[in-house]
Write a protein of this length. Structure first.
Length: 255
């Protein structure tokens, strides 16, 4: 009998603990550099297609991705509430991006832009009510027909990944203590009232290869094959009704 790994959600996370995590000098936005590159390439693909003039990256962190957006967009703003992350961002951007200290839960967005991006920002807002308020603030700052590129995480994909891992005797991967992953049906129901969902991209191929297959190869360092998995993902992406892995990119256009 196959064990099904369904994770019980803690839908309310402590915002103070989350903030402390991002003020820690040793905190890294995403340790998987290959996955981060795939995220960045997915967003840049959208930038090339939409050809917008102004963009806000909310929760820009160290801005390693944000600075890349400036190659495709004239006016790029990086917003973050962490002093530690903004200091790192200043060293990375060197004036290419306008950086501002900003807390999405406490502040309103004064700018009007063609596009907003978030990368794993919403999952750091504690609960779904805060996430919904933040999405509405993004909606309000967008110009007519503006785009919100929402690169976040869902519990659906994590549960599916853990089911696959369980079938081959691998341990479950837990939701990070500082994150509140979305439930896809709940999210889609909410955003559909404010946005047209033009596309949803998943990273299923990469997750299946790196979190399942690579662990079965018997290598001492399973991460040594992650670069190959990235290249395979770019060439051939799993599709179908099952989402594998938490990351998704939702391309939303303002109604």
């Amino acid at each position: 009998m196959v064990a099904v790994h369904i994770m019980t959600l803690n839908r309310n996370k402590n915002l103070k603990l989350i903030k402390n995590h991002w003020e820690n000098e040793e905190t890294v936005s995403l340790g998987d550099v290959n996955l981060r590159e795939l995220e960045r390439l997915s967003i840049i693909e959208c930038l090339k297609k939409q050809k917008v003039c102004s963009l806000i990256d909310i929760g820009c962190g160290d801005a390693l991705d944000t600075v890349c957006y400036s190659d495709y967009v004239k006016d790029v703003y990086g917003l973050d509430y962490s002093n530690t992350m903004l200091q790192k961002a200043k060293e990375v951007c060197k004036g290419k991006v306008s950086l501002l200290k900003f807390d999405l839960l406490k502040n309103n967005i004064a700018l009007k832009v063609d596009m907003v991006t978030t990368k794993r920002l919403m999952i750091n807002l504690g609960n779904f009510e805060n996430q919904k308020k933040a999405i509405l603030k993004i909606y309000d700052c967008l110009n007519k027909d503006g785009y919100y590129l929402m690169l976040e995480c869902c519990i659906d994909g994590l549960n599916n990944l853990n089911t696959m891992r369980g079938r081959v005797g691998l341990d479950r991967i837990n939701e990070p203590f500082h994150n509140t992953y979305f439930q896809l049906n709940e999210l889609v129901s909410f955003v559909s009232t404010h946005f047209y969902i033009e596309e949803v991209k998943y990273f299923s191929t990469y997750y299946f290869l790196t979190r399942v297959c690579n662990h079965l190869l018997g290598q001492d360092n399973v991460k040594s094959a992650d670069g190959v998995a990235k290249d395979i993902h770019l060439s051939f992406n799993l599709s179908g009704s099952i989402v594998v892995g938490p990351q998704f990119l939702m391309v939303l256009r303002k109604k």
